[in-house]
Each structure stands twice: as C-alpha cells, then as structure tokens.
Design a protein around this ligand. Structure first.
Ligand code: ATP
Length: 366
C-alpha cells in the first residue's frame, strides 16, 4: 500500500483546463473519494494517477517516489471502471485468478488466493459458474475481485457502481467499505454521487471546474463547508440559502433577510466578525433543513415566520416546503407532520448550524 500525493497537478486539453493546480494528499490505507459534478476533472485526475494521462504540469508521488515518468504497467495500480471488464468465457474463479496466472504464480497459490477473495466478496459458492451467465451486479463484484487479488499499492475506482440497480448499489457501498477496512487498502473512488462519497470515504476531495474546493472528512465537508458550492452539493435535501445583510443595533448583531422580513440574531463572536467584513451588506445565510424545527407558535424571540407551501412525505421524514418572504425554504419534520398549505409556522433555527457566506465570492465567513 502507499500514499498518493499530488503537487500542483494541472492538465490541459487544448484550451480546456481539466484540472487546475491540484494539491492533495491521500494517506496510506485510507478510503478517499473525489467528488464533483460531471466535467469537474475527476476522471482526468484519476487517469493521471494511473498513468493513462500525462500531466501538463505538476507531480504525482506514491509515498516519496515521483511517478510522472513511470509507465502505467509499472505503477502497481488496480483500476475498476463503470464498465466491468471481465472475460465472459471463463469461470468466476478463472477471472479472479487471471492476474496471478499471467504473473506465473503456481496453481496452489492461485487457488488459495482466489478462495480468500471469493470469501471477501461472498462469491465462494459461485466460483465454478461461467462469468457470461452472471448478472451485471455480480459481474462488477468479479471485476473488483480480479483487481484486488494482485494486491495493488493503490486501488482506483471510477464510478464502479453506476450501472448497478439502486438496491445493489446501496448494498455494494456497504460491502466495499467493509472490504476496504478489512484489508486496509489505499482506495481512491471517483463519484458524482454525494451519498456514495459521504457513506464510504474517510476523506472527500470536492472539485468544481477543475479546482479543488475542499478536502476533509465527511463530517468537515458536511458541517463546515468552505463555500456555497460545497454547502449546496452535499446534503439531500440541500442547504437553504437566504440573501441577507448584516445590521448592528444596540450592540447586538442581526442577519436581515433581503427578500422578506426575517431577522436572525447572531452571537457576539459572529457580530464582531461581520462588523469588520467589507461585504457585510451582501451576505447569504445558510442552514440545512434538518437544523430547523417548525412550531405553531413562536417558542422563543428568535423564531422566524414562514408559510407552508407543500409537503414531501419521504417515509421516515417529511420535507416541508415553506415560503419565507419571497424565498422558498425546506425544513425536515417528523413523518407525522400534517399541516396544510397556507398555514403559518414559526421556525426555530439552531444557531450552532448557521452558516454565513459572502454573496459575491461564496466563501464562508467564520
Ligand atoms: P464525468 O463525471 O462526466 O466523467 P469528470 O468530472 O470525470 O466528468 P473529466 O472527464 O475529467 O470530468 O473532464 C474534465 C474536463 O476535461 C471536461 O471539460 C472534459 O470535456 C474535458 N476532457 C476530458 N478528457 C478530454 C480529452 N481527451 N480531450 C478533450 N477534453 C477532455
């Protein structure tokens, strides 16, 4: 196993800059995700790590060894793509053992190692089945096994589950996380699906337009987003954003809604921070739907008033859509919530989870 370090990595395709001065360190033995919307440079980054693309500038290190000039076949990297690559005329056992066979490993060792991988992937009972008869779901499991058996130093996975059906995808997320923890393999996983990244990875690199936005644990990315892009991309339903300005009255600080009359009191630390912020008339407050509660009456002087638009019952919770002045916001309520459209509600915001962003730059102010 090895760590992966990217230093000022850049990739241009003609006039398109796919990856811009990327600096990242994926620690040895950790499960890291590269997350971002389509076209943000995820696959290009992966391909440069694997050696399938040559960087325009910058360096790639595995541990302390610079890899830029090492050909792909010598990098000791395992790769699993969205489209499973297995031999349909071979059995599952032959597929999984293929990498060892072409390396000249003896039959007894191959059988033993195939057995271990099959156990890990829960394929033991199917080893003699012809791979051509497998479902798409099981084919992708076999593809994983085939890459894992050669024990690569780095394991790269590029949206490997996107062709699988939803239930199996959820199952495989759990399985891959379990396997990664069991074998302590350095894994880098590319996805545009924030649920996949949040549920599996130890560390997430969020990218947009070839630029790294934030790199941290799922908890950091979720609770301390550095800008509106990350705040909006993570979480479902997504964070509420309300345009506001800062006001100081009688020594107290407030965020005052621009397209409505809602006003939120802020603590002294935040007041001082915003007092000295040059763009303090052009701000956004951000709060996740799960960090507010709805009440029939104001339960404190901090409550803000909104009107129910419609409900979105999701089983274990209900997403309540409300009108706040001229803006629309969402609040998570229990499944028993029943208020009808037009009903006035009082919203209690948990100030601990309130985020304030500069509206011009999108950068958080904290
Ligand atoms: P997706 O999830 O859709 O695969 P991605 O985040 O993996 O997207 P990349 O495939 O890395 O993004 O592409 C980043 C940018 O580089 C895009 O604008 C893409 O069009 C461009 N690009 C990628 N490969 C090439 C290429 N071979 N030639 C020209 N442009 C390319």
């Amino acid at each position: 196993m090895a760590s992966v370090r990217l230093e000022n990595l850049r990739k241009e395709f003609g006039t398109v800059v796919a990856v811009k001065e990327l600096n990242l360190h994926f620690p040895d033995g950790k499960f890291a995700a590269i997350l971002g919307p389509s076209g943000c440079g995820k696959t290009t980054t992966m391909n440069m790590i694997a050696g399938l693309e040559t960087p325009t500038r910058g360096s790639i290190y595995f541990d302390d060894r610079r890899m830029n000039d090492v050909p792909p076949g010598k990098r000791d990297v395992g790769f699993v793509f969205q489209n499973y690559a297995i031999f349909t005329h071979m059995t599952i056992a032959e597929n999984i053992g293929f990498g060892l066979k072409i390396r000249g490993v003896d039959e007894t060792t191959i059988r033993r190692e195939v057995g271990k991988i099959a156990e890990l992937l829960e394929l033991t009972d199917m080893l003699n089945v012809n791979a051509g008869r497998l479902s798409v779901n099981d084919m992708q499991k076999v593809a994983l096994g085939r890459s894992m058996i050669v024990k690569p130093r780095i394991f790269l996975l590029d949206e490997p589950f996107s062709n699988l059906d939803a239930a199996f995808r959820a199952f495989m997320r759990g399985e891959l996380k379990r396997i990664q923890r069991e074998i302590g393999q350095t894994m880098i996983y590319v996805t545009h699906d924030q649920v996949e990244a949040m549920s599996m990875a130890d560390l997430i690199a969020v990218m947009d337009f070839g630029v790294l936005q934030q790199f941290g644990s799922p908890d950091e990315i979720y609770n301390q987003p550095v800008n509106t892009f990350v705040a909006n991309f993570i979480g479902s339903p997504n964070m509420n954003f309300v345009a506001c300005s800062f006001r100081s009255e009688d020594g107290k600080g407030y965020l005052v809604q621009k397209r409505g009359s809602a006003r939120i009191a802020i603590d002294e630390r935040r007041r001082q921070l915003l007092e000295h912020h040059s763009g303090n008339q052009d701000l956004i407050w951000g709060i996740r739907p799960e960090h507010m509660t709805l009440h029939a009456e104001p339960i404190s002087s901090d409550c803000i008033q909104a009107v129910v638009r419609f409900l979105e019952p999701l089983g274990p919770k209900t997403v309540v859509h409300l009108r706040l002045g001229e803006e629309h916001i969402k609040v998570i309520a229990p499944p028993s919530y029943r208020e009808a459209a037009g009903v006035v509600q009082w919203i209690q915001i948990n100030p601990q989870y309130l985020h304030v962003f500069d509206a011009k730059t999108g950068v958080v102010i904290r």
